[in-house]
Design a binder for this molecule. Sequence first.
Ligand code: ATP
Ligand code: SF4
Ligand code: MG
Length: 361
Amino acid sequence: MPAPTTDVEPTAPTPDAPTEPAVLLELEQVSKTFPVKIGMRKRSVSAVDGVDLLVREGSTVGIVGESGCGKSTLARLIVGLVPHDDGTIRFAGQALGSKGRRPRSVVEQMQMVFQDPYSALNPKATIGESIAFPLRVQGVPTAEIQERVGTVLTDVGLHPNYATHYPHQLSGGQRQRVNIARALALHPRLVVLDEAVSALDKSIQAQILNLLDDLQEAYGLTYVFISHDLNVVEWSSDEVAVMYLGRVVETCPAEDLYRRPLHPYTQGLLASIPKLDPRERAADAGRIDGEMPSPLDPPSGCRFRTRCPSAHERCAQEAPVLAEVEPGHRVACHLHTGADVPVEAPSLRSTPTPPTTTEGA
Ligand SMILES: Nc1ncnc2c1ncn2[C@@H]1O[C@H](COP(=O)(O)OP(=O)(O)OP(=O)(O)O)[C@@H](O)[C@H]1O
Ligand code: SF4
Ligand SMILES: [Mg+2]
């Protein structure tokens, strides 16, 4: 029997819609409290409280917030240096328990770079020994260790001869390059950088940021980039999460955050950046005043309410949840997520200010 014919033209294949990179790290309602003793009383510090975070493969997520808001604790929870009390941490689709050791494969895939490039290195060990140490612990064969040490030193812009030097023979920028090399030696997928450029001069900062950018592409890395410096985070991050007193209060693409911050705390943080241009100083009116309350005794409801110029009755009674108010833009504030009157978000910045670069590190 002949095949039935049809008048319908075959449809052209539709081009695939661009797909988002896979989620590498996901935090769901992650919390951490530390027990402390004040005088004879036992108290607890709520360092991280119900944090949600999504980090896509190959991207950089910046974490910003004032000193003591929980950035480093969050970093330590992610890499497993301290166990989380509640919530779920998922890495490459695998839920990581808060008890017991993490599987070696996961430990190797997450590395951390700390703020102080000097204290992170053993002063009595050569640079080569410092980089080789974690490789030895992971059972990498000796011949391969030597090769990897040379490769990562070259990749971070240092001659392989630096392997025989000691930390005190290097500048601050060079030492931070070594710390980055040590993190890379294990071929991680995720690198958590906790104030990794904060101790460096501005010009060296810019070089290390450029280096991190290059390495991200060359190694296919994903970064969680923690800093109290909003300029640095703006320059380096795709997405930004703003923390206040242990909670994430706003998260969105970096461009949105700096052009159109929605949370009163973010608006205040951006208004607090010192401005050289007198025409931009008018925005200083929105600066945040006062100190962050103690995490020993956080305010009820919205934790920012004691410093918020828009606080109202509901803010003391009910903690706002982090909710998507625009595509990809999530905010925890009753002004944006409830029946309360939304505030007009000021446009605080017109153009990002890239960090400057001049001399060699
Ligand atoms: N091991 C600990 N024991 C008790 N309290 C702790 C411990 N670690 C952190 N904290 C407290 O948890 C809160 C968050 O600290 P954390 O170091 O995470 O903040 P941070 O945002 O990294 O601050 P900074 O910008 O100064 O580095 C602080 O009040 C801190 O004192
Ligand atoms: S919930 Fe209330 S106190 Fe908190 S940021 Fe919004 S307006 Fe301010
Ligand atoms: Mg810290």
